[in-house]
Design a protein around this ligand. Structure first.
Ligand code: CA
Length: 247
């Protein structure tokens, strides 16, 4: 653990951590919503006549804003970007199917992680590319008194989106104009991990989906956990170590 932390400090030119906030991704970290996202994307694209997409592909796109995902598939099959009407129709259908399939279930132990973060005096900040009202509107019911509008980065805030560092840089800003060594990021997807890494934040990937764990290391994670339970069990020791390590 100490080696991984020192590696981060060396790479980013910091002497130590001064932890103030934890940047939480939403889908796949707080909500077990990724299977519903992948299924609704896949069905939508088949309905619109696309032939090369697969259920698992959407776990690789996870974290991208919807428009960028649609453009990527259009360019692959039709050698052009989607126009505004196509974007609107596809997103509307995908949202309709998502609302049908999404169970609203949270990831097991995500509540315990949030509670521990708050108990340690750290500020939870949401950093998501999602614009799904079905989840965003329920955040306060599922995770009461945790995220407020000014500590949330969503699809409505970001222009570029993951894997660009923009959402995490905004998260640092919303956390109180923080430097990268004043926060850690919790992600589950390769593009989100890449975005947090590029923002210079210590990035913890928790593999809650079907992808190979190596994909998360390769996309820049500083630590990788196989489940939220494993992460929760390690979190007290990790927070203690982050507070103590001097480079
Ligand atoms: Ca995610």
């Amino acid at each position: 653990m100490i080696d991984l932390i020192k590696k981060y400090l060396n790479r980013n030119g910091f002497d130590s951590f001064d932890l103030k906030a934890v940047l939480f991704d939403m889908d796949g970290v707080l909500y077990n919503s990724m299977p519903a996202h992948a299924q609704s994307w896949q069905e939508t694209m088949v309905e619109f006549g696309f032939e090369t997409t697969s259920y698992n592909e959407f776990f690789m796109h996870e974290g991208r804003v919807a428009e960028a995902t649609v453009d990527m598939i259009f360019e692959r099959e039709r050698n052009r970007k989607a126009n505004a009407d196509e974007q609107k129709e596809i997103y509307a259908r995908k949202t309709e199917l998502f609302q049908k399939y999404n169970s609203g279930k949270t990831i097991e132990n995500s509540h315990s992680v949030i509670d521990l973060v708050k108990k340690r005096g750290l500020l939870p900040v949401l950093v998501t590319g999602s614009g799904q009202a079905a989840l965003l509107d329920k955040l306060n019911d599922n995770f009461p008194n945790t995220f407020e509008r000014n500590t949330m980065v969503t699809a409505f805030d970001v222009k570029i989106g993951k894997p660009h560092p923009e959402p995490f840089l905004m998260g640092l800003q919303k956390g109180g104009n923080l430097k990268p060594n004043q926060a850690i990021a919790i992600e589950n997807a390769p593009l989100g991990t890449e975005a947090a890494h590029k923002a210079g934040v210590f990035t913890i990937a928790v593999n809650t989906g079907p992808l190979d764990t190596q994909v998360l290391w390769d996309s820049g994670a500083d630590m990788v956990f196989d489940s939220m339970s494993e992460f929760y069990d390690t979190l007290p020791q990790l927070l203690d170590t982050l507070a103590e390590v001097k480079n």
